[in-house]
Ligand binder design. Structure first.
Ligand SMILES: *Cc1c(COP(=O)(O)O)cnc(C)c1O
Length: 384
């Protein structure tokens, strides 16, 4: 029988954890607030369609992605037309009719964009969210005149619908709240500039939703905490409910050998065995997003933390085993093994970066196995 993948390295995505994290946010903010599940970048590396479906089952009512392509991919993979998908990034106005046709809401932050979009014909209404820049400095309208110009231009085309207005916080995950308050005040001021109030008003990412459930207007854009990760280290003690990490990464020993004291391991021959040692080869490398900088970190094997030795290669790396173990022994790079655990935060801290970067970096070459109720419901392998 044809298998979904043949290599001994895979990621497991716990969809029950995703379900729980979405449901928890929904309860936290209350039933009058919509949850917009942010599934950009292949759902932060987890797998867009499975995460999107699970989030919708758990009570999310909308999806958000970064680019039009990601929204179109979700439609192709089966997200029905009645589930609105918001593109958070910039979209070239020439593709506005396509977005409208697929019920994909676009972000608008410049009157010039609306002027250009007016030149095309529309088969269906185009849903628009105006983005306000309150201090993030990325995308957004800043002045009253520009907001009024956008709304006036929109009124020239009956197929343009102002569905939403939003902003994005730069520091909602930090202990200090003054810049958050500054941006919040700016957003309140800008909302008053709108001649009409759109149905969906949203400002909160995970951090703001977790911390200020009563100040999110009527929708939360739920990203990192849907995946069970804290928006920052500072926020860990402030979490209103425990999060469940959904992503884990595993492999198997493909070669086990005893090396003698003084023998060298991997490119550059930088590692030298200090005594006679058992060395295992693991089929994962930097082409999988398991970066060269993971050297000197550790993995779990037989429930123990063991070191990565020598340089990480493109497709393989070596680890020092505590004793002889058979080929085929499971190696856990992220996740739990016999009560021992390596979290995404541990990996992020070794790489001196944020947890967001870790599952996003694990490349599409690594197959994703989706688990529900501890059983495999689907496997996605972008290679085969
Ligand atoms: C990615 C993104 C989010 C999600 O943020 P998290 O911190 O992951 O919850 C929300 N809004 C915008 C505009 C984004 O780009």
């Amino acid at each position: 029988m044809e298998k979904a993948f043949y290599r001994d390295t895979w990621a497991e995505i716990d969809l029950d954890a995703i379900f729980y994290n979405v449901q928890s946010m929904k309860q936290h903010v209350g039933s009058h607030v919509e949850v917009i599940a942010v599934v950009k970048a292949n759902a932060y590396g987890h797998g867009d369609i499975q995460v999107a479906k699970t989030a919708l089952e758990a009570g999310a009512t909308r999806l958000a992605v970064a680019f039009l392509d990601e929204a179109l991919a979700l439609r192709k993979k089966g997200i029905p037309l009645d589930v609105p998908i918001l593109v958070l990034g910039a979209t070239n106005p020439q593709y506005a009719p396509l977005a409208a046709k697929e019920n994909i809401s676009l972000t608008v932050y410049q009157s010039q964009w609306v002027e250009e979009a007016l030149a095309y014909a529309y088969e269906r209404p185009l849903m628009i969210h105006i983005k306000c820049d309150t201090g993030m400095g990325r995308l957004g309208v800043k002045t009253k005149e520009e907001i009024e110009r956008i709304v006036a231009l929109m009124s020239q085309q009956t197929d343009f619908v102002l569905e939403g207005v939003y902003t994005h916080f730069a520091t909602a995950d930090e202990r200090k709240t003054d810049y958050f308050e500054f941006q919040y005040d700016a957003f309140m001021r800008m909302l008053k500039w709108l001649p009409v109030t759109p149905p969906v008003i949203h400002c909160a990412n995970s951090a703001a939703g977790l911390r200020y459930p009563n100040r999110v207007f009527n929708a939360v854009r739920l990203g990192i905490s849907m995946y069970g990760l804290s928006p920052s280290q500072e926020m860990k003690p402030l979490l209103p409910y425990p999060l469940k990490e959904a992503f884990s990464l595993h492999s198997r020993l493909t070669h086990v050998k005893k090396v003698k004291r003084g023998e060298k391991i991997s490119y550059g021959a930088t590692y030298e065995a200090e005594t006679d040692e058992w060395i295992g080869t693991v089929p994962i490398g930097y082409a999988d997003g398991w970066l060269r900088r993971m050297q000197h970190f550790s993995v779990l094997v037989d429930g123990k933390r063991v070191p990565i030795v020598g340089r990480v290669c493109m497709d393989q790396m070596m680890i020092r085993l505590p004793y002889e173990l058979p080929v085929g022994t499971k190696v856990t790079l992220i996740g739990e093994q016999q009560g021992a655990r390596i979290s995404i935060d541990d990996v992020a801290s070794h790489l001196n970066t944020i947890n967001y970067e870790i599952p996003c970096t694990i490349s599409y070459r690594v197959p994703r196995i989706f688990l529900k109720n501890k059983s495999i419901i689907e496997v996605r392998n972008a290679v085969l």
